[in-house]
Design a protein around this ligand. Structure first.
Ligand code: FAD
Length: 442
């Protein structure tokens, strides 16, 4: 059945990044029968996008990524739903190791080829880096080289999703949260080939023309994705600055070092977020997602919203402290708080997985964010609507296709496979041993 503006569309994960964007662009195109479903209200307390800040930058990994990040930059700059949340502080990508310095040089060459060479500056000495980011300590960056991106900066992430939520309400989009928004199973035709809706945790049956599963890191545990995505956690911690310290760091560009991590200028409450860089953590359980013929080992997110006493492994405290010592040596003894893990879905090739499920006509997956997709919030929904309408550009369709067996999502394009949280002490602080659970813990 062709889609028209009266078609009914369910969007699971609609309080998160990709799902809210999908609902937004359906609503902007005049679709009248859209329902956002999620475990939590928008912005979902467990969305990877429910965060103080995320990096905005141009990705040059391949033509599809480049097109999307340029579209996103334009929307963050000009779309009133998003522009208040784009802080154009600039971004420094820097490093001291020869492999990464070679990658940085390669990035400059790619930018020049793309006609974007004028938007960046190559920083060849620590003195040049300090000129751009005076907050760094010269003694800590000896031998580093860098690229300064005029166009980059950071995005006030949770506030931007909240802004999408306000626009969705103005459009009259319907919402179901809690057990009545939590995906449980699909409703299939007798021959099992067509999806005509979904059932939620409280037993509600929603009939629909299209079902979109944009449930982020939870998607591989909800439906059978044939091992194309692996859910992994990355970590962050916050530190509180005094008003005097804030003055020194306000307008500081985002600083990113692939070997160490990254940090952002303080937000309006004087809080700095620091992240380390590593291949992620997984949480493997035997589990049978909807449509799988038997239980298999699946990495299942453990939501910080549901387990607020969770922090991160002891190993992360060491690497976060290392990042602070390198970037912010004056704050190396500062108290950290809000230590947290946040969950994403890696694909083997780090491209999204956005396509119709080949076994169930009418059911679409929109996931595989691979840890770099928040910046797409303003525009990813445009292309998901194109997919639903059958007009998606061929190269996007090809990059986002169903592709089981095409690589190892557990490693993806990272340095190593994600370590299992079961082997890492320090992150679990609740009194009951919930790790014995074999059920999904959403
Ligand atoms: P989410 O935003 O997590 O949304 C998934 C939604 O599904 C949630 O709302 C959840 O509640 C819902 N859900 C789960 N289970 C169910 C269910 N059973 N039924 C219904 N709904 C359900 N990206 C960048 O671009 N720049 C950055 O600097 C950056 N930094 C990052 C730093 C960290 C520490 C992390 C973890 C990620 C970072 N990312 C960054 C990646 C970015 O956050 C993700 O790529 C993006 O937010 C993923 O969007 P999503 O819609 O796939 O998932």
């Amino acid at each position: 059945m062709r889609l028209d503006i009266n078609s009914s569309i369910l969007i699971f994960g609609g309080s998160g990044t990709i799902g809210s964007s999908t609902a937004l662009h359906l609503a902007r195109k005049g679709y009248r029968n859209i329902r956002v479903l999620d475990v939590y209200p928008i912005p979902s307390a467990q969305s990877a996008g429910n965060d103080l800040n995320k990096i905005m930058g141009t990705s040059l990994r391949n033509p599809v990524d480049r097109q999307l990040s340029l579209e996103a930059e334009d929307a963050w700059s000009n779309d009133p739903t998003f522009s208040p949340y784009y802080h154009r502080s600039g971004r420094l990508d820097c490093c001291g190791s020869s492999d990464v310095i070679n990658d940085l040089r390669d990035t400059v060459a790619k930018l020049e080829n793309a006609g974007l060479g004028h938007t960046v500056e190559w920083l060849d000495t620590d003195a040049q880096i300090i000129q751009r980011v005076p907050q760094l300590a010269s003694s800590n960056i000896q031998g580093w080289k860098g690229i300064f991106f005029e166009r980059g900066g950071w995005l006030a992430a949770a506030k931007a999703i909240d802004s999408v939520g306000s626009e969705l309400m103005r459009h009259g989009v319907q919402f179901s949260f809690g057990d009545s928004g939590t995906f449980q199973s699909l409703i299939l035709s007798d021959d099992g080939k067509t999806c005509s809706g979904a059932v939620t945790k409280d037993g509600t049956r929603y009939l629909a023309d299209r079902v979109v599963l944009a449930s982020g890191a939870w998607t591989p545990s909800l439906v059978d994705l044939e091992d194309q995505c692996c859910s992994k956690a990355w970590v962050y911690a916050h530190m509180q600055l005094t008003p005097e310290e804030v003055k020194e760091y306000v307008d500081c560009p985002v600083v990113y070092n692939e070997d160490i991590g990254f940090f952002f200028e303080p937000n309006e409450d004087g809080i700095i977020k620091v992240c380390d860089e590593f291949p992620g953590f997984a949480r493997y359980k035997m589990h049978q997602p909807f449509g799988a013929s038997k239980p298999t080992l699946v990495s299942i997110p453990r939501s910080h919203a549901r387990h607020p006493t969770d922090t991160y492994p002891d190993a992360s405290e060491i690497t976060i402290r290392k990042a602070i010592a390198a970037f912010l040596p004056n704050f190396k003894d500062k108290e950290l708080f809000n230590r947290a893990m946040c969950w994403c879905a890696d694909t083997a090739d780090a491209n999204l997985l956005v396509c119709e499920h080949p076994r169930w006509k009418g059911c679409f997956v929109a996931t595989g964010d691979s840890g770099h997709s928040f910046k797409l919030l303003p525009i990813i929904g445009i292309h998901i609507v194109e997919l639903l309408e059958g007009t998606l550009q061929e190269d996007l369709r090809e990059a986002w296709r169903w592709r089981p067996g095409s690589g190892d999502a557990r490693k993806s394009r990272r340095a190593a496979r994600a370590k299992d949280l079961a082997d890492l002490p320090g992150w679990k602080h609740d009194s009951v041993d919930t790790e014995r659970e074999t059920q999904i813990t959403v």
